[in-house]
Design a protein around this ligand. Structure first.
Ligand SMILES: *Cc1c(COP(=O)(O)O)cnc(C)c1O
Length: 358
């Protein structure tokens, strides 16, 4: 028997979403971003579904090692790079390609002379102010890296946008210009675009694109769903009704008694809660599907359960199927009801939820 809470993953949808990336960026090579356990979808199954991309990207060395140990032979970029010699040596052993973004890393690289052919991604901070060298330091850093026998040439060049999800944003235009001006005249493949830029900033596509969230069928833009962009959601989160009961006017529901029943109705108790990754801050009224029909969340989300007002769904019975998000209930909508972004919802699905391939 399947556990109460489970997520169904449609791998055909991943391939469909990859074809959408290709149609937006037909000239570019694709680095599929599968960090954070494939945005909560299971990194290995997503990598499996994306076999023919040009590279994978993960955030951390251990994620890259897991891919190698599972037998993946593709190029793998490590977006946070490394922060000590030991970690850098692990990267070399597993033939992972670090993002190089700091002088600490540069100094470590300069101490290693007995290895060759390490591909790196030199990152320039064009305004995100997270990782990357300042444009003013680029020339010097590029020259120093070029003197390292370890580093494969030409060096790959990248930057990351802060606001690509904002239409016609001036900062994104500035970042594109600053990047292009900084790397002008230097050889090496370029990479700028995340999902939002792939979909909205054609001038940023360049040699490599780095799609993440769109591969999972999720929109990077607020107020727009992946489906509206021609994407197909990959994850459907399901559970079931485990109790049904009447409530009378004046009764309260859940911790803190925060929901007061104004008119008698029937409640459904669903086996899903924040212990599964359902958002603790989902507001009263958040839509939930019971047997495919929309009902509303009431009371507070607890660790293992939520309560819904079954209202008109009078034929519902214990064991009936409940959908928290998926094809017919966009995760983007649940994110809006929870004051968050869909990225956090899919990444937050916990170990207790069984992932099932479709
Ligand atoms: C996570 C990440 C991406 C992918 O971003 P999406 O918004 O999910 O497409 C691309 N590049 C870098 C550097 C990242 O950290």
């Amino acid at each position: 028997m399947t556990p109460a809470a489970f997520a169904v993953l449609t791998l055909d949808a991943v391939r469909h979403n990859l074809s959408k990336v290709r149609s937006c960026a037909p000239e570019a090579k694709i680095m599929a971003v599968i960090k954070a356990n494939g945005y909560g979808h299971g990194m290995l199954r997503i990598a499996e579904a994306l076999q023919d991309v040009d590279a994978f990207a993960v955030a951390r060395v251990d994620e890259g090692m897991r891919l190698r140990k599972a037998g993946f032979k593709q190029r793998i970029a490590v977006l946070e790079g490394f922060s000590c010699t030991e970690e850098f040596e692990e990267l070399l052993t597993y033939q992972l390609e670090p993002v190089v973004h700091s002088f600490t890393q540069l100094e470590i690289i300069e101490t290693i002379t007995e290895v060759q052919g390490c591909n790196i991604w030199l990152k320039i901070d064009t305004g995100m102010n997270r990782l990357g060298f300042k444009p003013a330091d680029f020339d010097l850093v590029y020259q120093r890296l070029n003197c390292c026998s370890l580093i494969k040439q030409p060096i790959n060049l990248m930057t990351h946008f802060a606001n690509a999800d904002v239409a016609n944003d001036a900062k994104t235009l500035q970042q594109i210009k600053l990047f292009n001006d900084t790397v002008d005249g230097f050889i090496g493949e370029r990479s700028l675009a995340n999902s939002a830029a792939i979909l909205a900033w054609e001038q940023s596509l360049s040699d490599w694109v780095r799609p993440g969230v769109m591969l999972y069928g999720i929109s990077p833009f607020p107020e727009v769903t992946g489906q509206q962009l021609g994407l197909r959601p990959v994850m459907e989160l399901h559970s079931r009704l485990i109790a049904i009961k009447p409530v009378a006017a004046g009764d309260t529901v859940g911790y803190g008694g925060s929901w007061l029943c104004e008119k008698s109705t029937t409640l459904g108790i669903v086996a899903i809660g924040y212990g599964d990754g359902y958002p603790r801050y989902a507001k009263v009224g958040t839509p939930v599907l019971v047997n495919g029909q929309r009902v509303e969340l009431i009371g507070r989300v607890s660790m293992d359960m939520i309560t819904v007002d079954l209202g008109v769904v009078t034929e519902a019975k214990v064991g009936d199927s409940v959908t928290l998000w998926g094809e017919t209930l966009p995760v983007e909508e649940i994110a809006l009801w929870s004051d968050t972004i869909p990225y956090t919802l899919v990444c937050g699905v916990t170990q207790r939820v069984q992932l099932i391939d479709k």
